[in-house]
Design a protein around this ligand. Structure first.
Ligand code: PLP
Length: 362
């Protein structure tokens, strides 16, 4: 869709990356690190300063305490953290539960790690059908992949929902691998809960984070995996052979990111709240059925009314209005043809431009 968007000069609301700059402090810290010759391999599991800064942030924000020496692994984005985690815990043929709709990388990740994915659908309003979830857990289940705040749905799991999932994990001896990269993009006063902070989950959860979204540096490729020492040893072995390590000067700049004041995070959420409302109004006015997301930076729409499937409609949208979005079927192992996902991780002007273009639909 990004390639098609470029071909047609469309506004790209398909791929989830900001078209606005990252904080100045990060650019300065990155340049300083390069100039100070922090240009060789960092220690494979991540620069000490960065692991210590992650430990402090995660302790205050997520209520979890990891020893930087034995519980934190810095990776090339959360993408590598997810794959390294799956490769570390899955033996070929073991089952991994993937709630649906899901972030599109989890399918290939499961295939690469040899896992047999089992899907469980979220309900129409993206909550949990407890009976369906109980049925999908079995003695073959090795892990579950969670993502909250969620891409593509914007769903933020509540403590009650996560406690229900935690109980299932404990009863079936299952590891939770939880992708929490939108942890600071929450709306309407919602609070983030990490499943790893719940009782009984500390030694059976791998929590994945990233600098990509919180600090608008998707191209830097710095993320991390947090887990107990036993899981961490396994993740670090895989990580070493996958990538050796994340970019050393950018790890230094990510340490500076973690020293930004609390007001940075408040502004981030306020800015995204405004952006979500701009796009939501534009989509509704153009005839899309959608709800305001609870977190992350996507709106997942229903396109049944337009009478085309997701792929046809996504092409039609690019060609006739000049706006790109992602076909819903990317987020399902089967189905999703009535859905389309738009991102609002863009400047207000970009979003207003997209909304004006969408007017041509109605
Ligand atoms: N996980 C989710 C849920 C995402 O939406 C994305 C990117 O859009 C990623 C992971 C990739 O993140 P990273 O840049 O940290 O590899």
């Amino acid at each position: 869709m990004t390639r098609l968007a470029l071909k047609h000069g469309a506004v790209n609301l398909a791929q989830g990356f900001p078209d606005f700059p990252c904080p100045e402090e990060l650019k300065v810290a990155a340049c300083e690190a390069v100039n100070a010759d922090i240009n060789q391999y960092a220690i494979t599991w991540g620069a000490k300063d960065l692991r210590e800064a992650i430990q402090k942030r995660v302790k205050t924000y997520n209520g979890m305490d990891f020893n930087p020496e034995t519980g934190i692994t810095v990776t090339c984005g959360s993408t590598e953290a997810m794959l390294a985690s799956l490769l570390a815990v899955i033996s070929p043929g073991e089952e991994v539960i993937v709630p649906e709709p899901f972030y599109e990388n989890y399918g290939p990740d499961a295939i690469l790690s040899g896992a047999a994915p089992r899907h469980v659908s979220l309900t129409d309003d993206f909550s949990i059908d407890e009976e369906a979830w109980k049925k999908v857990f079995s003695n073959k289940t090795k892990a579950i992949i969670l993502n909250t705040p969620n891409n593509p749905t914007g769903k933020v799991f509540t403590k009650k929902e996560l406690s229900f999932i935690a109980d299932l994990c404990i009863d079936h001896n299952v590891i939770a691998i939880t992708d929490e990269i939108y942890v600071h993009i929450l709306y309407d006063g919602r609070q983030h809960v990490s499943i790893g902070s719940l009782n009984g989950m500390q030694d059976r959860t791998i929590t994945i984070g990233s600098f990509s979204k919180t600090y608008s540096v998707t191209g830097w490729r710095v993320g991390y995996a947090l887990a107990d020492p036993d899981l961490t040893t396994r993740i670090r072995k895989i990580h070493d052979f996958l990538t050796v390590g994340a970019p050393a000067p950018l790890q230094h700049a990510c340490t500076a990111a973690l020293h930004l004041p609390e007001s940075y995070y408040q502004k981030l959420a306020t800015d995204y709240d405004r952006k979500r409302k701009i796009l939501y109004k534009g989509l509704r006015d153009a005839g899309f059925a959608c709800e305001l997301p609870q977190g992350a930076y996507y709106i997942f729409t229903d396109i049944s009314e337009f009478g085309k499937n997701d792929v046809e409609f996504a092409r039609h949208l690019i060609e006739t209005t000049g706006v790109a979005a992602v076909p819903g079927s990317s987020f399902y192992h089967e189905g999703g043809e009535t859905k389309l996902r738009f991102t609002f991780s863009k400047r207000d002007e970009t979003l207003h431009d997209a909304c004006r273009r969408l007017e041509q639909l109605s």
